[in-house]
Design a protein around this ligand. Structure first.
Ligand SMILES: [Zn+2]
Length: 287
């Protein structure tokens, strides 16, 4: 996994990784997981399987800024002066249309500006950046320990932006502040310990947002593929049906002592807090 990522991101720094490159890197990473063929949420899947540090949306931006902090020190006074001018010229062009900024990013200066903007910071000059809480200024040519501090804060703020985006997806309300994955990891571990592998696998589905209501085109009648295949109730396989109403749920024999944790992410994805037999229902329907 680490190998894939390192190889993928190698060489992006000089020009900055474009939005398209980062999207492709993220999709490749997801494709390598056991959720690769599902409609799971990309951000959650990467955070769940690899940890948020490996999300290219975060790592490529942090690498870009780390490179900038190092390379700035090597520039002479004349070059620094020229870059300051270019920076001031580029900033409004990139900052005013942030949704399209990456398509205008053509070299290390604009790639750095975009990376800093992506974290919600304001890159006032090549060496002074206002952080997203507007409480502090990152000074990149300051003391040596500043670099680690700046990168750590940047990492945190980039992750926040990802969760903010992910919370706009279906069944994701409540995760805009970041998803607490630790309780779900503990639940999965204890299901595996009990030997309830189907339910453990369903935790993957649930956390990463695989189960969704089937999309039936407006005006069209529901087709065979939209109906629940597990029971004879002839109803649409909605999340509500699968988890709570399906007659086939009565046939699930495994009982388990593991309860699902109740943080915002799980509640958003399952509709309410659930138990392990509803997890298995979910597995049978998505698997
Ligand atoms: Zn059913």
């Amino acid at each position: 996994m680490t190998g894939t990522h390192k190889q993928q991101s190698y060489g992006h720094i000089a020009q900055g990784a474009s939005e398209t490159q980062v999207r492709k890197m993220r999709r490749n990473l997801k494709a390598g997981t056991n959720l690769g063929r599902t409609q799971s949420c990309l951000s959650t899947t990467l955070a769940w399987i690899y940890g948020s540090s490996y999300d290219p949306e975060v790592s490529t931006r942090v690498e870009q800024v780390a490179y900038w902090i190092d390379v700035w020190k090597t520039f002479g006074e004349n070059k620094k002066k020229r870059i300051r001018h270019m920076w001031i010229r580029l900033l409004p062009k990139l900052g005013l249309k942030q949704s399209r900024m990456w398509s205008h990013s053509k070299g290390p200066i604009s790639a750095t500006i975009c990376s800093v903007l992506a974290a919600g910071w304001k890159p006032l000059s090549p060496t002074r950046w206002l952080t997203s809480d507007k409480q502090s200024i990152a000074i990149i040519d300051g003391a040596e320990y500043n670099k680690a501090h700046i990168l750590a804060q940047l990492h945190q703020d980039l992750s926040k932006q990802i969760w903010k985006e992910a919370s706009k997806h279906p069944h994701s309300k409540g995760i805009e502040g970041g998803a607490m994955l630790q309780p779900a990891k503990r639940a999965k571990a204890s299901l595996i310990k009990e030997g309830n592998y189907a339910a453990a696998r369903a935790v993957d589905f649930l956390v990463c947002g695989v189960p969704r209501d089937p999309i039936i085109p407006t005006g069209a009648a529901p087709g065979e593929e939209h109906l629940c295949q597990r029971c004879d109730m002839h109803c649409i396989a909605t999340r509500k049906h699968t988890l709570w109403q399906c007659a086939a749920n009565k046939d699930i024999k495994t009982r388990t002592s593991t309860n699902l944790p109740g943080p915002a992410l799980m509640q958003a994805r399952i509709g309410t807090s659930g138990n392990a037999s509803s997890l298995e229902a979910l597995y049978q329907n998505s698997g």
